[in-house]
Design a protein around this ligand. Sequence first.
Ligand SMILES: [Zn+2]
Length: 751
Amino acid sequence: MYPISRLAARPSCRRLHLLFRVGALLAAPLAGHAASPHRGQPVQMNGIVAEIVRDDTAHHTSTVEYQLEDAQSRRHATLRFDGEPPKGLRSGARLAVTGVAGGDGSILLSSGSVDLQTTQATAAAAVVSGVQNTIVIIANFTNATVTSTPSQIQNLMFSDPDGHSIDALFRETSFGNVGFSGQVAGPFTINFSTASPCDLAGWANAADAAATGAGINLASYARHLYVMPSVEMSVCGADGAGQVGGNPSRAWVFNNQQSDVYAHELGHNLNMAHAATLTNQYGDASDDMSADGYALRHFNAPHMEQMGWMPPGNILTVTQSGTYTVAALETVPGEAPAAQILKIAKPDTGEYYYLSYRQPVGFDSGLVAGALNRVSVHKYTGMYDATNTYLLALLDDAGAYSDTANGITVTQQSHATDRATVQIQVAASGGGSCQQTAPALTLSPSSQGGAAGSMLAYTVTLSNKDNSYCATSTFNLAGAVPAGWTGSVSPASLNLAPGANGTATLSVASPASAAAATYSAQINVSDASSAAHAASGNAWYVVQPVACTRSVPSITFSPTNRSGYAGAAMSYAVTITNRDSASCAASTLTLGGIAPSGWSRTISPATASLSPGAASNATFVVTPPATTAAGAYNVQVSTSDAGSANHSVSANATSTVQPQPADTQAPTAPASLIASLKRAQVSLSWKAATDNVGVTGYEVWRNGTRVASTATTAWSESPAAGTYTYTVIAYDAAGNRSAPSNSVSVTSKGR
Ligand SMILES: [Zn+2]
């Protein structure tokens, strides 16, 4: 939580603390009102405000309700003020309120006790740009169903084969600044019926829970749109409802087959109010923010400026009488032959007149005929705030609009297919007094994401809203970012004439340690010479979670080639290193060894539990059989992990079986040769000799002559009478011969 401002109410009154909204934007699947306290009981609640407009275009009435919702528990309550709501209270503001239970889930608040400073107490209204990731959830009641199919709604929103989708409309009218992408979920049946009281937040929470249960990650969608049965007209008195601004935002569509209801409620989400006339808040049919039932159409000139879709260079603020050309509003700005919006200050109210010219191009091909080929005259506060725009006149050639209070007259002189020419009369300068007002401030993009530690840049557009009698002012810009972050604005001040726009860049860097969440980056505007020029706005900085990337471990052998004789063990030290990215959890790798058939092998230990970047050692031992032929053999160590296929890898080493060396070592001399004589037979025996490889046999020598060979340690003969001296010599397979044994002599008398 990062409180940017904290405002105490007057000491004797109930207190209302207003904090800018920060922290993760949670989509907890819990739903429902908390058990309602009894009417009149004091209640306290913290939460985020959603300003929701319920549209009943048929009756030209709308209802604005302020829902306070606890992002964690999804408890929600309607805030009821005993007078006008606090000025400037907007969607996204974080509130802690103390009030009195209304008995029906609402909280009654005394507006008089709420001491808000508008510029500080509101979440910023920022220009929205980029593709709006949108989840459309079809939510049926237990006794009523949506008549459109999911594929019909998918086409209507995103993928109409004829190019008439809501996405196509916004891309065209915003000149590519805004689009909608996403998916349709459901239908789901929520546990409400047409007999239930109107509970937009409760229905949305139930639909969210159903979608979450179906595996949809709602947190990845900025725009949540609920398509519900059209009978809800009778329950909520609306054919649609939309949250004004905020991110994420919610919209409800009850008239589900009429695409301009979708455009209208999503327009509220983008922070647009109604396209009104002086007598009907839905009366300007040249804009989707009017009544429904028309073909999809572009937005009017004040909305084009409010949304930031018309480049400032294509908006001309007229301060002198003269003849001016206004190019068609639908023209791509880079190709427009003249300014596309003419603004004229209206000093008596601080508003502006907007002149524009509409042609039947693209989605405006279906525009009501009365708005075509005529100069539209609108008035608007010129603020980037959600206030209604007003269509005042549609001028045919020679048609005029006059404002006698301010000495302004606009006359259409002529028109062509791409432009109209107007004569504009304004009062001579010096005829009025300077009226200063807060500048309009936008940050673009309104939300963007990056890894912790990254620097993100926001374009700050500041518009001097003083009337034309004021002098140029110097606006100082200062950034405010969460503690431990860095923020800077360049340039730090802008000199702007009334009606002029300027831009600066707010650069914001989060610390590398910032947790994944949505944070607020604020910009504060001040003017040392005018308190009226204070303003502030904010944008969102989304620190994105660092993804875990599983990579193959590395395996190294030491040595990579080991040599030995057949029958001898060969040992390798093996190092296994976990190469996963740092955000991954530790893994347990199973180690395996492979050696040629018939060889024995062992690996120890058989597993390695490793955190990312960590290494451990194992010992791999192979033993070729004694009969193995000399040569180089492949051996292998592998890893596997039931938890990740990316952890399977193997590495090879070489085992070289060496040729056996030549045997040059003679056996030991046979010992303990003894002889016995029995009936003329001489029998010899001796102790076995030993050899490094093996004794193959023995030679028997008699009187210096070899007389026999034997593999055993005994030999006999029956010689003729005489005296004989015997010795024995051992030999091995390589022909190495031992020294002679001891000698023995025998005298035989013969047979
Ligand atoms: Zn509306």
